[in-house]
Write a protein that binds this ligand. Structure first.
Ligand code: DAH
Length: 336
């Protein structure tokens, strides 16, 4: 019976629809069912032999099957099209797109290492302005009126009594004037000096100052703090030495050297054959500095220190020209 044939073709089409995925499958299906000599077309031939009174009913069944067969074909084709389109979007043989992420500047990295060591020793962090007045940069720090550091040769003047700070030490004055002891802070930042630019020196650079003020602060505590820092920062097996020095804002004053970490103390170009590298200046806060901040030097004492950041970064990262730090050449900066 034709009606049965139609039914069995119907389920055949459903089965094929469920498993056909490739271009070949779909083409084979089209030829088998929908082509001019395909199975559906042959149903219309068979219709001729159906008794006249049944023709409309069977004809409708064939029409419905034909419609279904065509829909299945369209659906299979559009599924295949969209999956090949997706495949074309992803070409696994192409090199991946690089994620460009920034790196921290070597100077920033050095400062952050210093900060984390001092923070672990209980120091806070304070900042001050890069444009400073003569009072904070010099006078309150006990510089005599005609101290050579005030000379035009060393200092950039903005006005008679306004300068680009020549060190981060003026932040000590600002901190002491705005806080009460005990005070324990480090003060990182950029400083400026009117120096000839070369591979070794620049007209701006970076310092980290430190200040501890309390009752009965001792010179031994200063030394202990500096040694702890140096061992953490440069390595626990370094050797160090203290030399007497002079700064207007500390008394007594010292400078600290460590064994040159490039030649391990044997003597090289960097340490000028001495085997030692100077890493910082320090001392006990001068009574005049306390007085300028309305602290009573009979009641409080303190120590202070200051160190450069740029030269140390130069040595640590094996960079041979300080100017390259600030040229913003991405090829240089990417190496850190
Ligand atoms: N301000 C000094 C300089 O620029 C460094 C320094 C020395 C800072 C001793 C201090 C200190 O706080 O106590 O060379």
């Amino acid at each position: 019976m034709l009606t049965e044939k139609i039914k069995s073709l119907d389920s055949e089409i459903s089965a094929i629809a469920a498993i056909s995925t490739t271009h070949e499958d779909i083409e084979k299906y089209r030829i088998e069912f929908l082509a001019r000599k395909g199975k559906i077309a042959s149903l219309y031939d068979d219709l001729k032999s159906v008794p006249n009174d049944q023709k409309p009913m069977v004809g409708q069944q064939i029409n419905r099957l034909k419609k279904k067969a065509e829909e299945v074909y369209e659906t299979l084709k559009s599924k295949l099209d969209s999956s090949t389109a997706k495949k074309e979007l992803v070409d696994l043989t192409l090199p991946g797109r690089m994620l460009l992420h920034g790196t921290r500047h070597p100077i920033t990295r050095t400062i952050e290492q210093m900060k984390s060591i001092f923070v672990s020793m209980g120091f806070g962090i304070a900042y001050g302005p890069e444009i400073e007045d003569d009072y904070h940069n010099f006078e309150a720090l006990n510089f005599a009126p005609h101290h050579p550091a005030r000379d035009m040769q060393d200092t950039f003047f903005i006005k008679d009594d306004v300068v680009l700070r020549t060190h981060t030490t003026p932040v000590q004055i600002r901190v002491m004037k705005s806080q009460k002891p005990p005070i324990r802070v480090i003060m990182p930042g950029r400083v400026y000096r009117n120096e000839a630019v070369s591979a070794r020196s620049n007209y701006f650079f970076h310092q980290v100052d430190g200040l501890y003020v309390n009752e009965n602060v001792t010179f031994a505590e200063l030394k202990g703090t500096l040694i702890t820092f140096a061992k953490n920062f440069y390595g626990s097996n370094i050797k160090y030495r203290f030399r007497p020095s002079y700064f207007p804002f500390t008394e007594p004053s010292l400078e600290m050297d460590i064994t040159c970490f490039l030649c391990s103390g044997k003597g090289c170009r960097i340490c000028k054959q001495t085997g030692w590298l100077e890493i910082l200046g320090a001392g006990m806060v001068h009574p005049n500095v306390f007085r300028n901040c309305s602290y009573d030097p009979e009641k409080v004492s303190g120590f202070a220190f200051g160190m450069g950041v740029d030269r140390i970064s130069l040595l640590r990262y094996g960079v041979d020209d300080i100017r390259t730090f600030f040229e913003n050449d991405i090829r240089f900066l990417n190496q850190f």
